[in-house]
Design a protein around this ligand. Sequence first.
Ligand code: UT7
Length: 328
Amino acid sequence: MKIKRIKIVGTGFYVPDKILTNQDLEKMVDTSDEWIVTRTGIRERHIASEEQATSDLAAEAARRALQDAGLTAEEVDLILVATSTPDTIFPSTACRVQHSLGADHVPAFDLSAGCTGFLYGMIVAEGLILNGPARRVLLIGAELLTKITNWEDRSTCVLFGDGAGAVILEESQDDSGMLSAYWGADGSLGELLILPGGGTRIPASHDSVDQKLHYLQMKGNEVFKHAVKRMGEAAVEALKIAGLKKKDVDFLVPHQANIRIIDATGQRLKLPPERVYTNIQRYGNISVASIPVAIHELKESGQLKKGDILVFVAFGAGFTWAAVVYRW
Ligand code: UT7
């Protein structure tokens, strides 16, 4: 019996034009290009304009993915937006994207799983496509972190950028596609990476704003340790489920939060650096957008051959983590 699986039939991404370099940041907070590069790998990041919201970035990435797949927006059955920085708490960013694309009446909803949201989204889309309710899914990872960044906090403001990546998913007609997935979460550690204010726990008030609770807070070195452990574990487990070995992996496409986390995950899979895709130098941490942007760039770079085994792996707020093994 043929194994049913989903595959990516189109990719696209969008990052805003404005670039903020480490040298620019040196003028804003007590930091240095040297510290940022050696501790994170980041050299520059793209920053949204004042007028842009997350759905604007998402819709542009979606248009490019649709064009790549040769499809119109009405030809998708579901729009799924993974984001932690929605335009508004409600309506969803996905519904805004649906309107922007003119995808009349196509169902749309958001998924919140921190930086892991794109991989959670792939797993959800797989279930829906293989079981019937959606033949074709437009999955977008979009994040506009710079509007929830405290630009006076050097421990976070040097890390993040804005961007969106999109893929079109449908049932595979050949051997290529998603082979396995492994996912997990640990809600007990949520406070280590959090946007505390503006929700129902701490509603927005003068006081919450005075206390800067509408900005992202992170205990970086704590998050770092968990990210290294969970990303390595998830990649190994997903390979096991696919019945593959570390030596079968052609490319690792990890979430881009820190070059040292990326290197550690590559080493866990015993991969040489040229088999580990990185773009953190140019974008910083764009959270849920990092993997779809990397997939698009890797595809466009011409390095991928049909049949190559890819491992996508991520870790993020929640905590959440996931890995997907994919045959190109
Ligand atoms: O995407 C979702 C998940 N997110 C992540 O995975 C992020 C994980 N965490 C990290 O990437 C790293 O922990 C950071 C890059 C955030 C920080 O690197 P670190 O090596 O863990 O540094 P640290 O927080 O332990 O700080 C070391 C020192 C401190 O100074 P002292 O106390 O040793 O004197 C900080 O105050 O570096 C200082 N520092 C800075 N110095 C210059 C912190 N931020 C900066 C900065 N510039 N921007």
